[in-house]
Design a protein around this ligand. Structure first.
Ligand SMILES: Cc1cc2nc3c(=O)[nH]c(=O)nc-3n(C[C@H](O)[C@H](O)[C@H](O)COP(=O)(O)OP(=O)(O)OC[C@H]3O[C@@H](n4cnc5c(N)ncnc54)[C@H](O)[C@@H]3O)c2cc1C
Length: 285
């Protein structure tokens, strides 16, 4: 077989034209997922390398929204004060991805593109109501991350599309929470992670988003937990109720990293911890 064609677009316009002309070519960003599986895949006919493509890089804050270019690496995210300020759960997740080498090369768009149930940023994107900006020669549009992730390592990305950016609402008055449980603090694939955002007003939870990873075939919102929290004062009693509600939201499996029972226990501990944290963290003014 002939060597794969290597294409390195200089602009997004070039990149989407290459994608339209060659929908079977592999889109390559940091390669930290693709290289791991390279031996198990047949060699692609070609590669479209979007790593460091200027139009896919960087963080822009406009009004009440943050736009993060898809090729922005985790290290770049961590160097952005606006991410720490406005999307602290994403900063916390980025800080725990792999270790420094992976953070220097791995991108947010790649995490979304792989759509693994253990992708660390994905529960955060669910919890903050993120949107995915998609671009092709047909134009640009945004889709809620909740709808974009369709199943185990699958997304709604069309064969001629690129992920251009992730949009995150920067809402005032919300608190964000992130916890990852793995075997150690770095270079660790998550056993369970929980990302959450909530707004407490007058001592009562008036809005809540709770999302978990590694407890189903894809990252999920814990709808039952969210319903259990709304309209209540965060307390240890509410934490116990949230713990019970979680059973309806998750369906962990046994695999080489953990047992379903362990994942269940950890997920309910993290859920309770989020509510206890809300009880002590108070309101954002
Ligand atoms: C040692 C090691 C440790 C790791 N630790 C973690 C961890 O702790 N947590 C975690 O979540 N992940 C971890 N990963 C996985 C990986 O680093 C992340 O998923 C990373 O975000 C992938 O980004 P990338 O740019 O390298 O993607 P790539 O490997 O380049 O691409 C991944 C997928 O996304 C697609 N893609 C990438 N960019 C675009 C785009 N702009 N448009 C359309 N499709 C696109 C590609 O076609 C491919 O399907 C680890 C990997 C390694 C090797």
């Amino acid at each position: 077989m002939s060597e794969p064609v290597y294409l390195r677009p200089r602009t997004v316009a070039e990149a989407v034209q290459m994608r339209a002309d060659n929908p079977d070519y592999l889109v390559l960003a940091g390669g930290t997922d693709l290289m791991v599986g390279a031996e198990q895949r047949s060699t692609p006919h070609g590669v479209i390398d979007v790593f460091a493509l200027p139009e896919l890089l960087g963080v822009v804050v406009g009004g009440d929204v943050v736009r993060i270019g898809a090729a922005t690496t985790f290290a770049q995210l961590l160097s952005e004060p606006e991410i720490h300020l406005r999307v602290p759960a994403l900063a916390a997740a980025a800080r725990e991805i792999g270790a420094l080498q992976i953070q220097a090369r791995g991108t947010l768009g790649g995490n979304v593109g792989t759509s693994s149930p253990v992708g660390d940023t994905l529960p955060v994107l669910l919890a903050v109501d993120a949107e995915v900006e998609l671009v092709s020669v047909r134009g640009r549009h945004r889709v809620a991350y909740r709808d974009f992730c369709t199943g185990y390592r699958t997304t709604g990305l069309a064969a001629d599309e690129l992920i251009a950016a992730i949009w995150v609402p920067a809402r005032a008055g919300w608190r964000q929470f992130w916890r990852k449980v793995g075997t150690r603090r770095a270079q660790s694939i998550s056993k369970v992670m929980l990302a959450a955002a909530a707004r407490v007003d007058g001592g009562v939870i008036v809005d809540a988003r709770v999302a978990l990873g590694a407890v189903r075939e894809r990252p999920v919102r814990a709808d039952s937990v969210e319903r259990a929290l709304l309209g209540h004062v965060p307390s240890e009693q509410l934490a116990a109720q949230a713990r019970r509600a979680l059973a309806a939201d998750i369906a962990p499996i046994d695999d080489m990293r953990s047992t379903a029972r362990y994942r269940h226990a950890v997920a309910s501990n993290l859920t309770a911890r989020f509510v206890s944290w809300l009880a002590t963290a108070g309101e954002v003014r």
